[in-house]
Design a protein around this ligand. Structure first.
Ligand SMILES: [Cu+2]
Length: 178
């Protein structure tokens, strides 16, 4: 008898079942759902954004607590265009036109048929920058707090000094006119 699934998938399913039994005391037959394929595929290089991202699991997953996000090369910007939809074993979400070229990540969390959560990430690469050059505003705000980012205060201080100098000069000029 041949299996529908490749050896790595069956191994992952077996390990998930073992983990299930250890963590939840459930019988090994109640295995966690295992990701079988994705679009874009793991590690794929695409030249343009697909209309949606999709994940296919080895069994139908439950349609609750489903999360599907597509993160940009900065690791914080979101590129999914709406909530995930679940149809049997397939979980998908619409995708915005993508931004900068680089590494994108599909991050997911689904509920297995046995009720246990399964989460993971699927990386893919955009080889040609999309039409949305600018990173979404929320991502800029979020990354401004990163330890590695350039601090804002020198720019604010510099701007204030320039503004003050401008006022002083303007006042002197208007006094000279009088
Ligand atoms: Cu489970």
């Amino acid at each position: 008898m041949t299996s529908r699934w490749s050896f790595p998938v069956r191994t992952a399913a077996a390990l998930a079942a073992a983990g299930c039994a250890v963590l939840f005391g459930a019988p090994a037959a109640d295995a966690h759902s295992v990701l079988v394929s994705s679009s874009p595929a793991e590690g794929a290089a695409v030249a343009a954004a697909p209309a949606e991202v999709a994940l296919v699991f080895n069994e139908p997953v439950e349609n609750r607590f489903t999360e599907l996000a597509v993160l940009g090369p900065d690791g914080t910007s979101h590129w999914e265009a709406g909530p995930a939809s679940v149809v049997d074993a397939r979980v998908s979400a619409p995708l915005r036109p993508l931004g900068p070229a680089g590494g994108y990540t599909i991050r997911y969390r689904v509920t297995s048929a046995d009720g246990h959560p399964v989460s993971g990430a699927v990386p893919f690469r955009l080889t040609v920058a999309g039409p949305v050059a600018a990173v979404p505003a929320a991502a800029v705000v979020a990354s401004a707090g990163d330890a590695g980012s350039v601090p804002l205060w020198p720019w604010i201080t510099g701007g204030a000094v320039l503004l003050g100098t401008g006022f002083a000069v303007a006042r002197r000029v208007s006094r000279a006119d009088a």
